[in-house]
Structures are given as structure tokens and as C-alpha cells.
Ligand binder design. Structure first.
Ligand code: UN1
Length: 508
């Protein structure tokens, strides 16, 4: 494969300069910029990133605080206009974003296109929400004659957005746009692995006309994240990532002085799909393979545990394995590729260790051979592993590894109970043509997003608000009608509207 040169808009990213905190005289010298390498070929340096120093983090928080009152006072319609302008700018920079999704995050072109689409959808949807919710007149509430009661929404202050590497543009953008729409300023910390795409995104927020301090990029690792979340000046945190990190953030917010913080988190899942013997095999095959292996399984929505009804299990598994064997693994910049690399060496090591441990424990494992050239990147050979129950898995395995179990029709309720007992509650798939089965699963399964007779990834902003419960998150659902309001504070103004003061006459 001959690689095209980087588009010009990417070349400028090789020197990471999207954020410019003024260094103070006594500031420690900056750490050397670190190289950001390509997941499918570690010899390719995509760009460099210098992480924020503590003094810079503090300066940026100060700036976010001073910019917030004016941003809030603009009102929803003016903020919506700017968010829509950012959406236009994203579309105008499509090629640079697609290249970065591929080279920095190892995405296939299909995934990269979907990612940009989702980012633009978040911007436009939250813009519409800003218009809807943040009007100067607010909402009139019923009350006694002679009183006007109005509820208006306002920004809370400076929010921290902490984003994952698996949707380095879409979720990064959504986590910024939600709090912004509500009248907050935002300090945006991208994942360590994907600062470059975040840098381009934040530049476009600024170029579209966001005033200084309204959105600032704060690159860094967990230390930088802890500096942000532990600061008493912060109004809250919008987070997507692991359950473990969400717990750490929660502790950090709880232990600081200052205002009580708002925390919105979307975390992991141990997502199952239940397939009974009335399901359509071709449809199941297509949806299982997409749900488990698209994006190399690196979606929190991805299918991890497939439950097949015992009387169709062998035939179904054979079809699924046929499709699994046909998946094209390799360079995501090659248009025929279905499964690209995982994000980094640490992710690869954890997944390889899991497959090895399952094999050592006696589970049947089907695993693909990696094609030539994959040793240049962090590829994991896709695997299907037989298990008896979801309860045999201690945690989420974030990659191209699918577990398969069998169940007898009489045990369906037990299967649902086992899935619920795991404690996550993100996505669940059900393939059945029996209405009672669908109804039972729908009524009992404790999940945020239930998918019937289709794949269980790719929630659409506005139509399929996304997010879970329990270990999977705090809600509200991203891309849904309750999201933006969660970043706001409510104010009720109660005004006596009688000319002479109605209260006075009542008191007399
Ligand atoms: C995530 O992977 O962190 O529905 C969540 C989907 C995506 C999942 C995003 N919106 O597949």
C-alpha cells in the first residue's frame, strides 16, 4: 500500500499548538512533546503532543471562569448559532478529520465517516436543544392569580469534559457541546492516545467564533485529569470512559471543597444478545458480526456475550463462524478492511492475555490468524470463545473478542437474571419473532438501549439517545432530550404582578 502524503491541514498538527496557555515566569520548563503514533503502524508518527503543566491547567481554569458569565448571558439562540457554525466547519474539514480518525485512532474509513457524521449530529442537535431550553422568557408555571412564576435555565460555570479514545471526535465533541449549549465554558481533556484530532476540533470551535476561554484543550494523562476534577472551581464533569475512572472522578469531586459538582458519566458494558430459535439466521449472522467486530469491538455498545438457544446453536454458530472467517483484518486505510488494530500496546496485551487465559482454562476458542504486516501495529487476532454463562466473565474485554453461550428455552428468565446480575446495563440485543419473548426481555432487562432484530451498535443522535445504568453510567442519555438540561441550573422567579401588591392586602 502506498501512503498518500498528509493533507495540508494535518501537516500543521505535527507541532501541537492548538492550546496556548500563557506560561508564567516561574513556570517549570515544558516537558518534551511526545510522539503520537499510528495504531496500525507504530513506525508512523502522526504528530506530537505536549501535555499541560499544572500552572497552565490553573491558568486555563481561571480563563474558563472569567469567560463563563458572558457566554451564559448570550442565551440559547446565540450559542446555538455558534454551535451550528462549528458543525459547518467540521464538514468543511472532512478530509483532515477522516485522515486523523484513521491514522491516530486506527479506524476504518466506514467508521471514520460515521464518526464525523455523529460529531456533526451532536453539534446540530445540542444547538437545537440550546434554542429550545434556554429562552429569555423560560417556562411559565401555573400559580395563584397575581403571581407570575417562571423557570429559566442557566449555565453552572466551568465544566470539565473527559473523552475516550474510541470516539475521539464524536464523543469528544458531544461532551463539549452539551455543557456549552447550557451556558457553561468547557475545559476539554482528550484521551492521551488521541490529542491531535481533538486539537483540530478545538481550533474549529475557536475559528467559528467561540470567544477566548469558552473552549480550551487540556491535553494530558490521568494526572492532568485529576488536577481538573480535583479543583474546587470546577462546576462539574462530563465523562465517557471506564467505570473505574468514573469512580475515581466521583471520589475526586466528592472530596474537594467548593460547590457540589454535577457528574455525568457514560461508562462500560458487558453487553449480551439473546437469539432464540425463531430468529432469522442470515439476519442474526450479519448483526452479530457487526455488533462484535465492527470498530474492532472497541465500542462500549459492542456485543460481548451471545446467547444462542440450544436447538439452533450449532447451526447458528457455524454460520457466524463462516462470516467471522471472512472478515478482512489489516490496515484500516485499505478500503477492503473490516477489522483494524486496537488502540495501543496495553489494550492488545490485555486482550491477548484474556484469550490465552480462556484457552488455558479449557474453553473452546476459535481465533483468526493475523495476516502479514500486522506486527507493525497493535492488532489483536479476532476470537470467538465458548462459555457457559456471562457470569464467568469478570469484566468487560474491550476488543474483537466474542463469547458465546447456550441456553434452553425454559431458562430464558434465568439468562436475563444473569445478564442483569453482572451490574452493567448498557446495550442488549434480542433476535426473536415471538412477541411474548420480546416483551419479556423488554420488561426485565435492565439496560439503557435495547435492540430488537438488528445490530446493537451505532445509536443515532436524537433518535436513539444512548447511555446505560448501574455500572454503565449515571445518565442522562447522550443525544437525547434530557442531556443538555443536566448541565444547567434551574432558577425560578416569582413575581407579584398585582399593581398594589396583592400579598399586602392578603396579610391585612
Ligand atoms: C462508546 O463506545 O463509548 O451506539 C459509546 C454506539 C455508540 C457507542 C458510543 N454511540 O455504538
Amino acid at each position: 500500500l502506498v501512503r498518500e502524503p498528509l493533507p495540508e491541514s494535518m501537516a500543521e498538527l505535527s507541532d501541537f499548538s492548538g492550546w496556548t496557555a500563557a506560561p508564567t515566569a516561574e513556570a517549570a520548563p515544558a516537558a518534551a512533546p511526545r510522539p503520537v503514533t499510528c495504531p496500525h503502524d507504530r513506525t508512523i508518527v502522526v504528530g506530537h503532543c505536549r501535555d499541560a503543566r499544572p500552572d497552565e491547567v490553573s491558568t486555563m481554569i481561571e480563563r474558563a471562569l472569567s469567560a463563563q458569565p458572558e457566554w451564559d448571558a448570550r442565551g440559547g439562540a446565540a450559542r446555538a448559532e455558534l454551535l451550528a457554525a462549528v458543525a459547518d466547519a467540521y464538514e468543511a474539514h472532512r478530509d483532515a478529520f477522516l485522515s486523523l480518525c484513521q491514522r491516530e485512532a486506527g479506524k476504518t474509513l466506514t467508521d471514520a465517516v460515521l464518526e464525523l457524521r455523529e460529531a456533526v449530529d451532536f453539534l446540530r442537535y445540542y444547538a437545537a436543544e440550546a434554542r429550545r431550553l434556554f429562552t429569555p422568557e423560560g417556562e411559565a408555571l401555573p400559580g395563584p392569580t397575581g403571581e407570575s412564576n417562571r423557570l429559566t435555565l442557566h449555565g453552572r460555570g466551568a465544566f470539565v469534559a473527559i473523552a475516550p479514545w474510541n470516539f475521539p471526535l464524536a464523543i469528544f465533541t458531544g461532551l463539549i457541546a452539551g455543557p456549552l449549549a447550557a451556558g457553561n465554558t468547557v475545559l476539554a481533556k482528550p484521551a492521551e492516545q488521541t490529542p491531535l484530532i481533538a486539537d483540530l476540533a478545538v481550533r474549529l470551535f475557536r475559528e467559528a467564533g467561540m470567544p477566548d476561554g469558552v473552549v480550551q484543550l487540556v491535553p494530558g494523562d490521568g494526572t492532568v485529569g485529576a488536577m481538573l476534577t480535583g479543583d474546587p472551581r470546577i462546576a462539574g464533569v462530563a465523562f465517557t470512559g471506564s467505570t473505574e475512572t468514573a469512580r475515581a472522578i466521583n471520589r475526586s469531586l466528592a472530596s474537594r471543597d467548593g460547590p457540589l459538582a454535577q457528574f455525568v458519566a457514560e461508562t462500560g458494558g458487558q453487553n449480551a444478545m439473546i437469539v432464540d430459535s425463531s430468529a432469522l439466521p442470515e439476519q442474526v449472522t450479519r448483526d452479530v458480526v457487526a455488533s462484535a467486530f465492527q470498530s474492532a469491538g472497541q465500542r462500549c455498545s459492542a456485543l460481548r456475550v451471545l446467547y444462542l438457544q440450544d436447538d439452533i446453536a450449532d447451526a447458528m454458530l457455524e454460520m457466524i463462524r463462516g462470516a467471522f472467517e471472512a472478515l478482512v483484518i489489516g490496515d484500516p486505510e485499505d478500503l477492503t478492511t473490516d477489522v483494524g488494530p486496537v488502540i495501543d500496546a496495553e489494550a492488545k496485551a490485555a486482550l491477548d492475555a484474556h484469550v490465552a487465559a480462556m484457552r488455558a482454562a479449557g474453553h473452546t476458542v476459535w481465533q483468526r490468524e493475523l495476516p502479514q504486516g500486522c506486527d507493525r501495529g497493535t492488532f489483536v487476532a479476532p476470537a470467538i470463545i465458548q462459555i457457559d454463562s456471562i457470569r464467568q466473565l469478570e469484566r468487560e474485554h474491550f476488543g474483537p473478542v466474542l463469547h458465546v453461550a447456550r441456553f434452553a428455552a425454559a431458562d430464558l428468565e434465568q439468562v436475563i437474571a444473569d445478564i442483569n446480575a453482572v451490574g452493567y446495563g448498557l446495550t442488549l440485543g434480542i433476535h426473536t419473532r415471538i412477541d411474548n419473548t420480546r416483551r419479556l426481555v423488554q420488561a426485565r432487562a435492565k439496560v439503557g438501549n435495547l435492540y430488537v432484530n438488528r445490530n446493537q451498535i451505532g445509536a443515532v443522535v436524537g433518535s436513539q439517545p444512548f447511555g446505560g445504568e448501574g455500572l454503565s453510567g449515571t445518565g442522562p442519555k447522550a443525544g437525547g432530550p434530557h442531556y443538555v438540561a443536566r448541565f444547567a441550573t434551574e432558577r425560578v422567579a416569582c413575581i407579584d404582578t398585582t399593581a398594589a401588591g396583592g400579598k399586602a392586602s392578603l396579610m391585612a
